[in-house]
Design a protein around this ligand. Sequence first.
Ligand code: MG
Length: 114
Amino acid sequence: MNSTNELDFLAHSAGALAQLQAGFDQWQRTHFTRRPPEFFALELNGEAGELANLEKKTWKGKTIPAEQFADEAADVLIALMNYANARGVDLESAVATKCAEIARRRNADPSHAP
Ligand SMILES: [Mg+2]
């Protein structure tokens, strides 16, 4: 599979992430206090830590209800959306650029073959 084909999923979903990000921006601006990107960066890391803590508990043998993982994963995505909007990051464009770079590097290095 070449790098163009492996990234078709991005082309097929073009506009979806941008629309989601714009929706979060509107929701945030309408219903919540305006915050700087630094606030959301800290929030993002806090939420990621909460998600990691659930995984740590699972690793140690505790049973965690599936909805708790979903809840924390949602918190991470929301915090990321808010961060990107506050920082002026176009996530769809940034992700497409990053995936193209990852694919280019992986395809250039045969040791990354599946
Ligand atoms: Mg949380």
